[in-house]
Design a protein around this ligand. Structure first.
Ligand code: ATP
Ligand code: PRP
Ligand code: NIO
Length: 485
């Protein structure tokens, strides 16, 4: 999968616009696009950035193959001469992006693509597709991790995911966001994730009784987790598991039993008592079946005796919010004379007005406690570290403001591709996961809580804010002139 050429994984309108730029000799105009999302998903206070590895694989394989060109010709959708031009297409752009595992927030650029207008336009669909989905799943995983505390959590969602690619990249994102392992073996191989798993009801059904099934499993495995709810958890499943474990002695490791239905608070307490009474105090109880962060929190409130969690559907399909809604907007474009000018889209909805100009995002941290004070968006080239004191104000309600002196500013957008060449190589996924975890520690609990978290400040520098106001004014003047004529 990571070796795929996905060049045609783009919306036809991107190619249509590219044909216009080419036809009007604008194909080499320099442009800057930025990706951002407007609302943190799941009502969460933050999102965990993921998807970059797939973007890197994608960009490294960009190029129209003979068969792509042949197909495009067959559609009669495009000018054949434009398609001849595409044969020689190469990505020479520069991509700056957050790193996977970084905390990111609504209304700040998280990926920036700079290059010719054609190359920037082509990659829109794929970048949005990859980052939107994976950031969503990493964030959902982080919420589930928060609910589960330090308990092991396994990702079980492949069978319910939106097809193969979502299962594979989704489980990698879940790992970054806080899961410990995946049941998907291919994801384990491709991404170096730890794999984990138990067995299904079919094994028990094949034997027709719990005891024979568990015995067979125990005779063919050292580490044993028995699924005890096929017929009756308390009357047959758990007694059979205990009987087999006693008979097998130290030939097996009776690691756990899994509960997959019924009232899991009640059942887990009874099962714990039964295991303890039989001397299996180290044998764990795993739960699965429609779990999400809310049910896990609820089960913990009920003092359920559950040690580990298997989570599938709710996580991998981002059940309660199926899309992040990230967008990719033109923010700066060559005016035709080698000078960059601001680009922005105006709408009646102030929340949807883009912030023009090529920008950088700075994470502002208080030196004394290491906690994040907010993010500060500047026009590229500004460096808050050169300021003695930093004035941060709410971009809409400017009377909400603060001045910081004891701070450091770290840039969020880092160069991944420079003029088409990959200059950043991702660390192993385990390091990315640790980075995500460490980043969360720098966030005050008020921003981390699951329900109604505080809004984390995402502010504009004075220059960036002024640039936006000036651009809005210019566009208003243009529109009003048009109306007058
Ligand atoms: N004590 C509990 N408190 C809160 N939620 C629970 C509790 N016990 C189970 N649940 C959750 O309630 C939901 C329904 O459980 P139930 O066993 O009825 O599921 P089901 O899908 O109908 O069962 P089955 O898998 O046998 O068809 C599941 O999502 C489960 O995780
Ligand atoms: O509920 P989820 O969070 O998606 O977790 C995955 C579910 O998938 C399995 O059930 P399934 O009925 O597919 O297979 P089974 O025969 O092994 O129970 C497993 O037993 C879980 O209940
Ligand atoms: O290993 C398991 O127990 C498992 C794997 C996938 C889905 N449900 C359960």
């Amino acid at each position: 999968m990571p070796e795929e050429n996905l060049t045609l994984h783009t919306d036809a309108y991107e190619l249509s616009m590219m044909q216009t730029y080419w036809g009007k000799h604008l194909q080499n105009r320099h442009a800057v696009f930025e990706m951002y999302f407007r609302k943190n998903p799941f009502g969460n206070g933050y999102a965990i950035f993921a998807g970059l590895q797939h973007v890197i694989d994608y960009v490294n394989h960009l190029g129209f193959t003979d068969s792509d060109i042949k197909y495009l010709k067959s559609t009669h959708f495009f000018n054949p001469k434009f398609l001849d031009y595409l044969r020689h297409f190469k990505f020479h752009g520069t991509i700056r992006s957050a790193h996977e595992g970084d905390l990111v927030f609504a209304n700040e650029p998280i990926v920036q693509v700079e290059g010719t207008i054609v190359e920037c336009q082509l990659v829109e669909t794929a970048i949005l597709n990859m980052v939107n989905y994976q950031t969503l799943i990493a964030t959902k995983a982080s919420r589930i991790r928060t609910a589960a505390g330090d308990d092991p959590i396994m990702e079980f969602g492949s069978r319910r995911a939106q097809e193969v690619s979502a299962a594979l990249w989704g489980t990698r994102a879940a790992y970054i966001g806080g899961f410990d392992s995946t049941s998907n073996v291919l994801a384990g191989k491709l991404f170096g994730l730890p794999i984990a798993g138990t067995h299904a009801h079919s094994l028990v059904e094949l034997y027709g009784n719990d005891y024979d099934a568990f015995k067979a499993y125990a005779e063919t495995h050292y580490n044993c987790t028995f699924l005890v709810d096929t017929y009756n958890t308390l009357k047959s499943g758990v007694p059979a598991a205990i009987k087999v474990a006693k008979e097998m002695g130290n030939k097996i490791n009776f690691a756990a039993v899994r509960l997959d239905s019924g009232d899991m608070a009640y059942l887990s307490k009874r099962v714990r008592e039964m295991l303890d009474a039989a001397g299996f105090t180290n044998t764990k109880i795993v739960a699965s079946n429609g779990l999400d962060e809310n049910i896990i929190t609820d089960l913990k409130m009920q003092h359920a005796k559950i040690d580990a969690w298997g989570v599938g559907t709710q996580l991998i399909t981002a059940y309660d919010q199926p899309s992040l809604g990230g967008v990719y907007k033109l923010v700066s474009i060559d005016n035709g004379h080698g000078k960059m000018r601001n680009a922005m889209k105006l709408t009646n909805n102030p929340a949807k007005i883009t912030t023009p100009g090529k920008k950088q995002v700075w994470r502002i941290t208080k030196r004394s406690d290491g906690k994040s004070e907010g993010d500060y968006i500047t026009i590229n080239g500004e460096n808050p570290n050169l300021e003695k004191s930093l004035y941060m104000f709410h971009p809409q309600y400017t009377y909400i403001n603060k001045t910081l002196t004891d701070f450091k500013a770290e840039p969020l957008l880092k160069t991944i591709f420079k003029d088409g060449k990959q200059v950043y190589h991702e660390p192993p996924v385990g390091d990315i996961k640790r980075h995500a975890n460490a980043s969360l520690a720098s966030l005050w609990p008020e921003y981390r809580r699951q329900l109604n978290p505080q809004d984390y400040p995402v502010d504009l520098s004075k220059e960036c804010w002024q640039n936006k106001q000036d651009t809005i004014k210019k566009i208003h003047n243009y529109v009003n002139k048009k109306l007058d004529n």
